[in-house]
Write a protein that binds this ligand. Structure first.
Ligand code: UD1
Length: 409
């Protein structure tokens, strides 16, 4: 069986790594012993990793390959940045010939970035032969909905789900959303969260990161055990940082926090561009200088970021994945958005929505700093999602489901 998986942007890497590891584990078991009773379970998997190049800076891509021990991509499309239309179109153009050449049995796409939609769309319309044979399309992290179509990711999520044959979901809300949209139940599998698989696999290793010392966040001598209280900030959503007034509102909402404790801000390259374009440099400092300026640094690799997240008193973010990671780590999170496609982080996790207005952000920060930490890890966020996905892809029962799907209305 040949499986192709696609990565493109930073949040994809930690979602694909556990799937690749599950494939390796399966192959070594098959090579070692005869495995399972179903025909699929006894065959090895040939895996092809495609990187679209949507993210290309070393800090947005290479660091993650190294930290997550990912194999180098077999195929690199080198697409780079562009408007949504141009980026999506360029990925589609480049990916079509790769798909025709490789002809995988299964295509795995993850998350909600432009690379996810572009590759799913190519695969849904491709024909390997005159019978119209095409790969089975599997979407990992399916069914999440913010119900905000102004978010490019929401468009990517909806369309990718409706192009996919198999939908692997991370939380119950996704099951409800997909049922509501008429996606046949037989296609949908609640497997857990591959990003959390990576978190669990690398949590211990991240403890060895030198980042706390580098940023001067340890009290006393280097390597001492006492860590100064600090907050961690990420902001990159176009709605938050591409408009000066919106960005300014958020920064003003964080002033009180920055006066109380260091706020460490590993900033996305586009966010850094906006800070200089909008002349907002006065809110930030490149060094920790004792002032209330936010301490801006370049984007971090996976292990350094995980270490910073694990020891933070508070995380303030507009990212999707960080809401889930903080929930799993039991770290209080303030999400600077009006909505979330990950409601489990609100109902049983450590996340609250602050909105994007100054006063809402200030209040949410106060509430979170004053609250005791809750640590209820959502169902099936147990480090085994990658293994479950590969088991489902291999099961012969599933092959039957796929054949039936062709005849569904
Ligand atoms: C993308 C995803 C977003 C995800 C985010 C994580 C889409 C629609 N958006 O947003 O869901 O949360 O990645 O980071 O797919 N840039 C660089 N170096 C890079 C990559 C980008 O400097 O390696 C700059 C460029 O100016 C580029 C801009 O960032 O134009 C935007 O990059 P793009 O890939 O379009 O989207 P992100 O904002 O990174």
């Amino acid at each position: 069986m040949k499986i192709m998986s696609v990565v493109g942007a930073r949040p994809n890497f930690m979602k694909v790594a556990p799937i690749i590891n599950a494939i390796k584990k399966h192959n070594s078991e098959v090579e070692g012993t005869a495995k399972g009773n179903s025909p699929g379970a006894s065959q090895t998997i040939q895996h092809v990793l495609v990187h679209t190049g949507q993210h290309y800076d070393r800090r947005m891509s290479d660091f993650f390959f190294a930290d997550l021990n990912l194999p180098q991509p077999d195929i690199f499309l080198g697409v780079g940045s562009g408007s949504h239309a141009v980026q999506t179109a360029e990925i589609m153009r480049a990916f079509e010939s790769v798909l025709l050449q490789e002809q995988p049995d299964i295509l795995i796409v993850v998350g909600d970035v432009n690379s996810t939609l572009a590759c799913a769309l190519v695969a849904a319309k491709i024909s390997f032969d005159s019978l119209g044979t095409r790969p089975t399309i599997a979407h990992v992290e399916a069914g999440l909905r913010s119900f905000d179509r102004k978010m490019p990711e929401e468009i990517n999520r909806i369309l990718t789900d409706h192009l996919s044959d198999l939908l692997f979901v991370t939380e119950e809300s996704a099951l409800r959303n997909l049922a509501h949209e008429g996606v046949p139940e037989a296609r949908v599998h609640f497997v857990g969260n591959t990003m959390i698989d990576s978190l669990m696999a690398y949590k211990e290793k991240a403890a060895g990161s030198p980042i706390l010392d580098k940023l001067g966040l340890r009290n006393g001598t280097t390597g001492g055990s006492s860590i100064a209280p600090y907050a961690l900030l990420t902001l990159h959503r176009p709605a938050n940082v591409d408009n000066r007034d919106a960005f300014l509102n958020i920064l003003n909402g964080l002033q009180e926090l920055a006066a109380t404790c260091p706020v460490i801000f590993p900033a996305h390259p586009r966010t850094q561009q906006r800070i200089s374009e909008f002349d907002l440099g006065r809110y930030f400092s490149r060094e920790r200088d004792g002032s209330a300026a936010i301490h801006i640094i370049d984007p971090l690799g996976y292990l350094d970021f995980l270490c910073l997240m694990k020891h933070a008193n508070l995380v303030v973010t507009d990212s999707g994945g960080i809401q889930e990671e903080t929930t799993c780590l039991g770290i209080a999170c303030v999400t600077v958005r009006e909505n979330t496609e990950r409601p489990i982080t609100l109902t049983s996790g450590t996340n609250i929505l602050a909105g994007v207005q100054e006063s809402g952000i200030r209040d949410a920060v106060k509430r979170q700093l004053g609250s005791a930490r809750r640590t209820q890890v959502p169902e099936k966020w147990d480090g085994e999602a990658g293994v479950r996905i590969i088991e489902i892809l291999l099961s012969d029962g599933n092959a039957k489901i796929l054949n039936d799907i062709e005849h569904l209305p």
